[in-house]
Ligand binder design. Structure first.
Ligand code: FES
Length: 78
């Protein structure tokens, strides 16, 4: 699913990038462009990072048990 609508970046692409060694929010932002336009995807990107095992100190997000579930946006075909 698309996490960053502005840059058309999917959760799969974020996970692949993490597996390739990008393990900080800043790296993902620089390399993929996530959260660099409207910024609304930042929390979802951090959630994907946490689910991929990136520790809170690298994604800058503390996990809370009552955290709001992931919100994904889907792009409709024109
Ligand atoms: S949705 Fe990611 S920067 Fe706008």
């Amino acid at each position: 699913m698309i996490v960053c609508v502005c840059k058309s970046v999917s959760d799969r692409k974020i996970r692949a990038s993490i597996e390739d060694g990008m393990d900080s929010f800043d790296e993902l932002q620089f390399e993929l462009g996530v959260a660099s336009c409207c910024g609304k995807c930042a929390e979802s990107v951090r959630d994907v990072m946490m689910q991929s095992g990136v520790c809170a100190s690298r994604c800058g997000f503390e996990h809370h048990p009552q955290a709001v579930p992931l919100t994904f946006y889907e792009r409709k075909a024109a």
